[in-house]
Design a protein around this ligand. Sequence first.
Ligand SMILES: Nc1ncnc2c1ncn2[C@@H]1O[C@H](COP(=O)(O)OP(=O)(O)OP(=O)(O)O)[C@@H](O)[C@H]1O
Ligand SMILES: [Mg+2]
Length: 268
Amino acid sequence: MPMRKIAVVNMKGGVGKTTTAVHVAAGLAARGQRVLLIDADPQGNIGHTFRLRQPLTIEHLLTGDAPVEAVIVRGVREGMDAIPSTPAAFSLERRLAGETQRETILARRLRNLTGYDAVVIDSSPAMNLLTYNALLYAEELIVPVGMDLMAIIGARQTLNGVAEVKDLWPDRRLDLLAVLPTFTSATNNATKAALEALEQDPQMGPYLCLPGIRQCIDLNYATSQRQTVWEYAPRSRAAEDYTRLVDFVIRQEQAGAHVIQEKAKTAV
Ligand SMILES: Nc1ncnc2c1ncn2[C@@H]1O[C@H](COP(=O)(O)OP(=O)(O)OP(=O)(O)O)[C@@H](O)[C@H]1O
Ligand SMILES: [Mg+2]
């Protein structure tokens, strides 16, 4: 099967992007896939989550100061490698200002990447150069949406950015894989209102991945222990919800493969 390229995006901050990227990557790796988790956010939260201390980062990859093999941290977990980021990457926008086609640098640097079943990219809460680079490498998108109006607005703005990218590069595959409600609470009116708004949104409604990820404090505790929630609290709600998301991501791959096989059949 071809290597999957999944980016987790939303211009709104604090909606669960990093948590989702970490758990999709770790979840796929736990199912035996070989996964590369890329931090495309200068906040460097992937490095904090897994205590990565390697000096070479996505910044060096994009500036051309280091080849891809040198920026990959191997064996973060069994089956999972990572490319870290640090606040030094905040200056990339300025430093790459003179480069031609600077939105496709990541795609070009990773063109010959092999040995992985999936690449998962965490992105920052902004439509900056790194985010565009993530969008021009990824083929599938997960959009976590917190249960408030600003998060929904952020998701819409993000999808407008995606539409722009598709306009400029119409031949690239870039599909919405899931709109993922996060921080949900069954008893909370804000959750009900946000889910209704998402269901009625013509762009996002069809991709809504229900019931999403419930509010669960174990996710905070897990991060502070530098663990995934399956390691920290395997019986928690969050462990159950992220397991369901990983199942969904795998099912979608199989569904996609099915479509391709069908096409191949009709072509014969
Ligand atoms: N379902 C949840 N329930 C409770 N806490 C959560 C949940 N999901 C994430 N968190 C916590 O909320 C905080 C923000 O999550 P996270 O860092 O994943 O968001 P983000 O979208 O990556 O933020 P940023 O935009 O700053 O990169 C973290 O402390 C995380 O542990
Ligand atoms: Mg984050």
